[in-house]
Design a protein around this ligand. Sequence first.
Ligand code: NM2
Length: 533
Amino acid sequence: MNLSQRQDQPRLDLPVFIPAFGIAIIAAAFLVLRPEQAEAWAAHLMSLVTSQFGWLFVFFGFGTFIFALWLAYGRFGQVKLSRTDEPPEYSELSWAAMMFSAGIGIGLVSWSFVEPIYYLSSPPLHIEPHSAKAAEWGHMYTLFHWSFVPWALYAVPSVAVAYMLHVRRRPFLRISEVCRPLLGDRVDGWIGKVIDTLIILGLIGGAGTSLGLGVPLVSSLTTSLLGIEESMATRLGVIAFWTLIFGASAYKGLKAGIRILSDINIFLAVAIVLLVLFVGPTVFILSMSANSVGLMLDNFPRISFWLDPIKHGGFPDAWTLFYWAWWIAYAPLMGLFFGRISRGRTIRQMVLGILLWGSLGCISFLSICGSYALHLELSGTLEVSQLLSEQGIPATVVAIVKTLPFSQVVLAAFTLLSFVFLATTLDSSAYVLASISTKNLYGEQEPGKRNRLAWAFALALIAVGLLFANGLDTVKSLTIILALPLTVVLLLIFRSLTRVLNDDFGVAVQKDALIVAPATIEANNFDKETKNV
Ligand code: NM2
């Protein structure tokens, strides 16, 4: 093998891997060894970020939503994400299902029953706690935090990746590559490394919240199913079990198995939600859902920008900013995945598909589960809000699930659902972390096994750390702090997308004669920047 061949082999990208992995390990060690200090630091940094940059997050979220609409309905909406006239690679339904199971995870199950209950006790916009208005707004706000702005945050980087992958035909697994139209060959230098490192750190922050929420929940569900005591040991057991599964899947190629599990998960989620809808207070659930749609339509700009700048009550910081940060943290990862599976769609089909299917899925799930929990509370069947403040999310979720008929079966299904959601989110996170920290990884090539295991280990360590520095706030802080620099990276990606679209199609759309056929594409000389094809 000569030298140039050897240089093209996939290998660890040390300038990306070392700082990112180092910071992850140091953060995890700090959480384990000095949990109280870590908690205090995290709280301090979080309040610094939210107090100084809250405006940035809300402008960014709303701006991304408007940008997504412009992509769909603006001049480039008809651009097809492919070089040939082929139909979309996947049918609409399997495309939507794949996106949903990748884009959503343990977070949905954790919050579905309890988020409106939190808002009932500490409502937005200084509404009277535990009032009827607090219940209505609490229900709506949950849907707001999981629908249009969030899915737009996933949609835009996905279009950028899809364009570079299927039209420019750059075979890559790194986000820095998406910035090539803007930054040119500088993405091969330190700027590219910084972009990739920030993306890795952001994703660790996002996965941290999933772990911080998911591990105790899976542990509580499993122990309650088996009738044993929940403890630190069972939580550590969940992490160990997950690391084992991940190790096996990295070594034995269990990808197909995980894929089947994730398909089963969609069925389980639909079955559970339908059960809740039909055995629960159906009319109340449907009325709350309709009511919240109206409330949201009426107040969308208001709540998108509400920052409570005078009273500083803390609601936007703890919720809206946290949520935007959490979605931002996962956006590059989802961009890589959604971009890959969207060949053959137009930009409009892709953006509207992501916005509508994603929002519809989340709104249905959260609206049904949230209304059910609110009904339990308001009818006095179960003191959900008291349970939540005294015992936390996992115990409350278990108690709510137990109010359903066939509770053992539902509990088993819910446990499986949560476990698989946690496993698939982490599996894909570790996979992408390993891909980004590998050089010269093209097409369908896989990142090295040891690299994948190293990231799985780092995530497991962070999960352990978060168990020590107990508290939802530490978890949330980690996400918000690490997502802040990602807003700049995403802005670069967005600008890069408009640049490349203008370069390739600007003339065509100005003439109002956009014909996206292979011949036009060849004439546009797309390959001018394409290497390694
Ligand atoms: N999002 C969708 O754990 C998870 O559910 C992963 C979380 C960003 C809120 C995704």
